[in-house]
Design a protein around this ligand. Sequence first.
Ligand SMILES: OC[C@H]1O[C@H](O[C@H]2O[C@H](CO)[C@@H](O)[C@H](O)[C@H]2O)[C@H](O)[C@@H](O)[C@@H]1O
Length: 680
Amino acid sequence: MTLESIEPLGADAASTASGTSPRRRQTSKPSKPQSSGPVKGHTSSDGASPRAWDGRSKFPHIGEYGFLSDCETNALIAPSGSVEWMCVPRPDSPSIFAKILDRGAGYFRVGPHGVRVPVARRYLPGTLILETTWQTPTGWLVVRDAMLMGPWHDLESRSGTHRRTPTDDDAEHILLRTIKCVSGTVDLDVVCEPRPDYARSEVDWEYENSGYSSVVAHTGDSNPDLHLRSSLRFGLEGKRATARTRMTEGATHFVAMSWGSQSAPTTYAGALDAMWRTERFWRDWITQGEFPDHPWRIYLQRSALTLKGLTYSPTGALIAAATTSLPETPGGERNWDYRYAWIRDSTFALWGLYTLGLEREADDFFAFIQDVCRDNRQLQIMYGVGGEETLEEFELPHMSGYEGAQPVRVGNAAYDQSQHDVWGAVLDSVWLHAKSREQLPESLWPILKRQVEEAAKHWHKPDRGIWEVRGEPQHFTSSKLMCWVAMDRGAKLARLYDEHDYAKSWQKIADEIADDICTKGVDERGVFTQRYGDPALDASLLLVPLLRFLPSDDYRVRATVLAIADELTEDGLVLRYRTEETDDGLQGEEGTFTICSFWLVSALVEIGEVERAKSLCERLLGYASSLNLYAEEIEPGTGRHLGNFPQAFTHLALINAVMHVIKAETGEAEKGYFGVHRPV
Ligand SMILES: OC[C@H]1O[C@H](O[C@H]2O[C@H](CO)[C@@H](O)[C@H](O)[C@H]2O)[C@H](O)[C@@H](O)[C@@H]1O
């Protein structure tokens, strides 16, 4: 089947929310007043109307961006058809397009002249190919965007970036945009205006041959050169390459931007072929998963595809989100760089993929762990995608920030924090995979032993916790819980390796930690609290039943889940903690953390509150973006997505929550069975 033969609207379509889909709260919903916009007075240079998406802001809602990836690089596309966020060659490289963070920081638009709002956007089902349909006063246009996947191409000499075993597929390092006029006549505009190095640098354009169809932007030292090739004729206007044409019904064009050694297509037929190979790559991948025959299947698939898109295939790393500094509070300071591989986020994501039968990504991630732990190195809580250990944090004061939210940060100072969940996160993940395969790579065992020993050495000390607070270290209950996980899973793995002495001594420490938690981390109501000796609630304690610390029918589990549901929510959505009760070192409020709301769904199912879980899950699915993507947070009241986007945390917890509800509906919950991955 060719790409062109696929019907324009399918099961995954933005505009076809079926009768079985949960209630949606989409772009038409009212928003709270936003901050007044860019601080530095940048104006949009793409000819876009200054009229805002919601009538006030010049920035699209965070949840309205489309996400593309080739598992090496990614891009965010605004509804206007502009690529507004892209970093090459790695996800944490300096940006080339950053209009999402400052309206003057570079973009790449393909779309009709004079129309900014498309009539429909969807992913081709089962893929990361985005299709945008435009209606203009004179005709209809369909644009498809993808980052191309092709066959493994380092044949003569080995890749300088890939450390994992080569597969059959590889990123082509090409962003391809195909365009077809499907009715009437449409004036097409193409504008490519890169601003390399987070808009601190400019490009120099030149033609690559004697014609108009191939141009190159020299970016200086900070980024690779960008090659544009098209069936259109480019003009070079200062810092931009532009193209325009009138398309009539049936006319087709393509524009390809490449930054690697692979050649972009030279004809529309070649472009269609490349698009089809990419479509097949994603469909082959998703077909390996096991998805229930259920109306919520599309949410599971989109979440799985998003997690896959957040992987960095050359090393096996998995980034927390595609962006930096999208604000957790409108106009606030809680703006962080998430383009790194957190051990916690990654191992939780593997849990989500595993739940859907997608387990191969774990092998590459464990190999990444082996790489970063080489030569007896201590496991850090996070790394660069190439295994970099230092992620120094700095600010970019020249950027306005999204809707004026400053600072814009690059790097993340949490990289050298002590967070005591890290050992448990790795051990739980390895145990999950090892027990179903009944084997473990020999070379991993010494590394795992070291992590168990670290947990044993440090569990009784204070740390910065799972939320990596920037206040003083505390005795966080969830950190102790994760140390218990490290000892418990360590003991189980030791049994698998016939290391019975280790198993015995580690189990003893696990029991000791469990006693400590149950004595010091529980209040008089039986509720697990954020930190020892303090009654503050914390959503991370929803992990108590999910990690099988206590059985779901234990009164303390029920008390904790219900206390969080009733007392740590705003408009029914879950906060990480109350900022006024927690020294997190930051100012201002934050939105509700969507991972926590989805954890609550799972935990409610665990304690038998299935109807309540189902209705919360339906509501949360209703907050999905029109492309079924999620940022880190949802603003109570407006339902707006806040924080970095798309975020692995939210998507991985969605998978867990949806599967909990589906299994409860189909009766598997009564059997105490939530999938092979989590027997009690
Ligand atoms: O709350 C302050 C911290 O916020 C960020 O951390 C959050 O994101 C991480 C990546 O998804 C996640 O692992 C962590 O649990 C979240 O709290 C930020 O990265 C930190 O620097 C900041 O201190």
